[in-house]
Design a protein around this ligand. Structure first.
Ligand SMILES: [Zn+2]
Length: 67
């Protein structure tokens, strides 16, 4: 997986995933607790962020090719 770091959906904290835990699937993040605000992270939050991130990458790629 790339270096994309997920953000806490509450306050935009960087979501720190316990070291040694490899995220292979969004299921792995379900129930993760934000270390900054103790907010529980749900899979839907992560899925949305991943989708937004992917769309942004695609837009940048397309922008470069067609400028
Ligand atoms: Zn937080």
């Amino acid at each position: 997986m790339s270096k994309f770091s997920f953000k806490c959906p509450g306050w935009g904290h960087d979501l720190v995933v316990r070291s040694g835990v490899e995220i292979k699937d969004t299921d792995d993040l379900e129930g993760t607790i934000c270390t900054n605000c103790n907010r529980t992270i749900h899979k839907d939050d992560i899925v949305k962020q991943a989708r937004d991130h992917a769309e942004k990458l695609v837009r940048e790629m397309i922008g470069k090719h067609f400028k």
